[in-house]
Write a protein that binds this ligand. Structure first.
Ligand code: ADP
Ligand code: SF4
Length: 687
C-alpha cells in the first residue's frame, strides 16, 4: 500500500501509542516495537516524540529528538523494525499548552495563552502558557524541521505532524484556544495555517525520503457548524486534503480516543471519522480497538479506512496480522479493553498488558509472545486453580513442553474473571479466560478438570514434579482507620463482600457500597445492585468514586454510569459503624458525622490470599523429597488481573529459564560490549 514515497507491506498499521519507554531504555523500546514488526504490522510507529524542550511532558515517560545525541536511540528502533520489512513511523510532537515543562522550565506555548483543560490543572501543575509571538511560530516550524532532519537520520520512513488531543496544532485549529487576530486566527483557513506550515516544512525537509502524515482529532471540529462545509472537521480535511501523504484520524481526549470496553464498544470512532475518505484521495488510517477480523475487513470494504490502525490490539497480540494472514484468527489474543496499558503511561513505567504478559518484557526479561524455551526433560506440573493466574501458568508451561494438569473446584474456568465478567460492562474481560481455555484445549499435553477441589493429600498423591497454587484471594470485611491503620472486621449480619455478591447472598433493599479498593469493582457492584432494583448509595474515603479509574480513562464514564443509575456518591467519607438499619459515616477531614438508613453494606476493600492449601502442603511434605510448591497470582499477592497473569507467566517461564533477568536493565548492559549509545548527554535548550 503506497503512502507518499514509501510503500507499506500490508494494511496493518500500528498507530503511534505511548510505550512508557524513553531514551533511557532504548533496547526495551526497540525490542517492544520489533516484536510488532515481526508479528506482521506493516507500519510500526513510536509514541509521541518531542521536537523541543518547550514540549516537555516530564515526569511522564515521553521520547524526544531534541538534539543529535537523541538520534542513536531511535535508530536502534528503526533498525529493529526494518529487520522485518516494516515501515517505521515517528510521531513528532509539540504539546503546546498541555505540557507543563517541569524539567525544562520553559513557558509552555499556545496560540492565545489559554490553558488546556481546567479539570486537569491539579494534575498538570500550576504553569500557564504564554501567547505565541510570530517569532515563536517561526521557532516551532524550525524545530519541526530540525526534528525531521534527525528523524530521517534515525531512519524513519513516515514523519508525523500532530494536531490532536489538545496539543499545539489542535489548539490552533479550535477557535476556543485560538483567538488570534493575525493570519493564524479567525477564519477556518487561517486556523489551519499553522498545521499546513508544519506539514510543508516537514515535506520540504523530507523530500522523497519519507512520507508525511497528519494525525488529527476530529471530534470537537465535527460538532462545529461551518458556513461552507458540513462541519469544521470537513472543512479542515478539505482545506488540507492532499497536503499530507496520510491521514491518521482520531478522537480528542484520552477517555474518548482510548476508551475502555466497559463504556465504549469496538469501532466507536467511526461516526466521527467516517467522512474523511470522501474528502481526500490520500490514504486514511484510524483506530477503534479493532480485534475482530470481520470488523477490520468491514472498515476497508465500506470505505471508512484504508489501513487498519491498532494500538491496544497490537499490544495484546503483536502477532495479530500474521495470525489473520495464516488463517489462525482463533489464536488471536484479543484485547479486553481494560486500559491497564494506558495506566502504565500514567504511572510513568513501560507498558503492561493484562492479556499479554510479555508486553514491555521483550528485552528486559527476554520474553517473546510466541516463542518458549523447551523443558530439557519430561516434567509434569499440577496447577490448582483455574483463574487468570492458573490458566496462564498452564498455557505457558504447556507451550514449554510440560505435561500439565489443571484442577478447578468450580464447574467452570476463569476464577474471578468468570464472576466479574457477568457484571455490567465487563463482558469483554471474559476473553482472559476464553483465549486461554481455547488454547489449552488445542494441546495434547494438557488435562483439565473442573469440579475438582484438591486438598494437600490429593495434590501430593498426584506425583507431579511441580505444583503451582493459583488459588486466588477472598474479599474481607476489614476496615481501615482514617490514619490507614487496619481496624476490626465488620462481621455483624448485613455486612457483605464482593464474594457474597457473586454468590447472590446479599440481602436487603437499601444498600451501601463502601469502597476503598478504589478501582473498578466498587462502582461496578453499585451499578449491578442498582440494576437488580436495589436502592444504592456509594461511599469511599477516596476523593473520587472508583478513584483509580482515573488511570484507565474510565473515571468520567463511571460518574456518568452512577448518575444514570441514580446512585448517590459520598467521597472523602469513612464508615464507622452499622446497626443493622443505619450506617454511621464520617467525613474524612472534618469528622462531621452522617447517618444513612440502609439494610446492608457491601465492603469492597481488602483482600486476603487463599494460601491455606499451600501451608498444609508445605508441612505435609516437610523433610521428604517432593514436588516444588509455589504460590502464584492472587494467592501470592492479591492484585489486579494484570498482576495475576504476569505472575503466572513469570512462574512458568522460571521453571525452564530460572531467574531470567530482573536485573537486565540498560545501565548494567551499557558496561558490556554494545553498540555505542549515549546514556546521558547535555541537552541544549536552544536547538
Ligand atoms: P487468580 O486471579 O490469582 O487467578 P482467582 O481467584 O481468579 O485467582 O482464581 C483462583 C481459582 O482457584 C478460583 O477459580 C478458585 O475456584 C480456584 N481454587 C481455589 N482453591 C482451590 C482448590 N483447593 N482446588 C481447586 N481449585 C481451587
Ligand atoms: Fe487491551 Fe488491556 Fe492489554 Fe491494554 S492492557 S492492550 S486494554 S488487554
Amino acid at each position: 500500500m503506497p503512502i507518499g514515497p514509501v510503500v507499506a507491506p500490508n494494511r496493518f498499521y500500528q498507530v503511534p501509542h505511548a510505550s512508557g519507554m524513553t531514551e533511557a531504555n532504548p533496547r526495551v523500546r526497540a525490542a517492544f516495537r520489533e516484536t510488532k514488526a515481526e508479528g506482521g504490522w506493516g507500519v510500526v510507529s513510536t509514541g509521541a516524540v518531542s521536537i523541543h524542550p518547550s514540549s516537555d511532558d516530564s515526569p511522564l515517560p515521553f521520547a524526544r529528538l531534541w538534539n543529535d545525541a537523541d538520534i542513536a536511540s531511535h535508530a536502534m528502533t528503526t533498525e529493529a523494525i526494518h529487520r522485518h520489512g516494516s515501515l517505521a513511523a515517528v510521531e513528532l510532537w509539540h504539546g503546546g499548552a498541555v505540557v507543563m515543562n517541569r524539567t525544562s522550565r520553559l513557558p509552555p506555548l499556545s496560540p492565545s495563552g489559554i490553558p488546556w483543560a481546567a479539570t486537569h490543572i491539579g494534575f498538570m501543575g500550576q504553569q500557564r502558557p504564554k501567547i505565541m509571538q510570530a517569532s515563536d511560530i517561526d521557532d516551532v516550524l524550525r524545530w519541526q524541521r530540525l526534528a525531521t532532519r534527525r528523524a530521517l537520520d534515525a531512519g524513519f520512513d513516515i514523519l508525523y505532524v500532530y494536531a490532536g488531543m489538545g496539543y499545539l496544532g489542535y489548539e490552533f485549529l479550535l477557535p476556543e484556544y485560538n483567538q488570534r487576530n493575525d493570519g493564524y486566527g479567525g477564519s477556518l483557513e487561517n486556523r489551519t495555517r499553522f498545521v499546513r506550515e508544519m506539514l510543508e516544512v516537514t515535506r520540504d525537509e523530507a523530500g522523497s525520503r519519507a512520507a508525511v502524515a497528519l494525525r488529527i482529532s476530529l471530534e470537537e471540529l465535527r460538532g462545529k457548524s461551518s458556513e461552507h462545509y458540513p462541519s469544521e472537521a470537513h472543512g479542515v480535511v478539505s482545506l488540507l486534503s492532499d497536503v499530507p501523504d496520510l491521514w491518521d484520524v482520531k478522537m480528542d481526549s484520552s477517555p474518548t480516543d482510548c476508551g475502555a470496553s466497559r463504556f465504549r464498544p469496538e469501532g466507536a470512532h467511526e461516526p466521527i471519522i467516517d467522512f474523511v475518505k470522501t474528502v481526500t484521495t490520500k490514504p486514511v488510517v484510524g483506530v477503534g480497538r479493532f480485534t475482530s477480523p470481520d470488523t477490520m475487513v468491514s472498515q476497508i470494504r465500506r470505505g471508512v479506512l484504508d489501513l487498519i490502525g491498532g494500538a491496544r490490539a497490537s499490544i495484546a497480540d503483536p502477532f495479530l496480522p500474521n495470525k489473520i494472514r495464516t488463517g489462525r484468527s482463533d489464536e488471536i489474543r484479543e484485547c479486553i479493553g481494560c486500559n491497564i496499558c494506558i495506566a502504565s503511561w500514567h504511572d510513568g513505567v513501560p507498558v503492561r498488558c493484562t492479556q499479554n504478559a510479555t508486553a514491555g518484557e521483550e528485552w528486559r526479561r527476554g520474553w517473546h509472545p510466541e516463542r518458549f524455551a523447551q523443558t530439557p526433560s519430561t516434567r509434569s506440573l499440577l496447577v490448582i486453580g483455574g483463574g487468570p493466574a492458573g490458566l496462564e501458568v498452564a498455557l505457558v508451561a504447556a507451550r514449554q513442553g510440560f505435561d500439565v494438569t489443571v484442577a478447578e473446584q468450580r464447574d467452570d474456568w476463569g476464577g474471578r474473571v468468570l464472576l466479574e465478567s457477568a457484571l455490567p460492562g465487563l463482558a469483554t474481560w471474559r476473553r482472559v479466560r476464553d483465549y486461554r481455555v481455547w488454547a489449552l484445549s488445542q494441546m495434547g499435553n494438557v488435562a483439565m478438570f473442573t469440579n475438582s477441589q484438591l486438598d494437600a493429600e490429593a495434590a501430593l498423591g498426584f506425583g507431579a514434579n511441580h505444583i503451582a497454587l493459583a488459588t486466588g484471594a477472598r474479599w474481607t470485611k476489614r476496615r481501615y482507620s482514617p490514619l490507614e491503620i487496619p481496624v476490626e472486621s465488620m462481621d455483624q449480619p448485613g455486612v457483605f463482600t464482593p464474594d457474597d455478591v457473586f454468590a447472590n447472598r446479599v440481602e436487603g433493599e437499601r444498600l451501601l457500597v463502601f469502597d476503598f479498593d478504589n478501582y473498578y469493582l466498587g462502582g461496578v457492584i453499585a451499578e449491578a445492585l442498582s440494576q437488580q432494583g436495589k436502592s444504592v448509595t456509594y461511599a469511599t474515603p477516596a476523593g473520587h468514586a472508583s478513584a483509580w479509574t482515573f488511570m484507565t480513562n474510565e473515571l468520567p464514564y463511571v460518574y456518568r454510569a452512577l448518575a444514570t443509575a441514580d446512585i448517590a456518591i459520598h467521597t472523602s467519607t469513612y464508615l464507622t459503624d452499622f446497626s443493622g438499619a443505619r450506617a454511621q459515616l464520617k467525613n474524612l477531614f472534618n469528622q462531621v458525622p452522617m447517618e444513612i438508613e440502609v439494610d446492608g453494606i457491601v465492603i469492597v476493600g481488602h483482600r486476603e490470599p487463599n494460601h491455606l492449601l499451600y501451608d498444609t502442603l508445605n508441612s505435609a511434605r516437610a523433610g521428604v523429597d517432593g514436588p516444588t510448591v509455589d504460590l502464584v497470582g492472587d494467592a501470592l499477592a492479591p492484585g489486579a488481573i494484570v498482576h495475576a497473569v504476569h505472575s503466572g507467566h513469570s512462574y512458568a517461564r522460571g521453571l525452564v529459564e530460572g531467574d531470567n533477568g530482573y536485573l537486565r536493565d540498560e545501565a548494567i548492559v551499557s558496561s558490556a560490549p554494545q553498540p555505542a549509545f549515549p546514556v546521558a548527554h547535555r541537552v541544549s535548550l536552544t536547538d
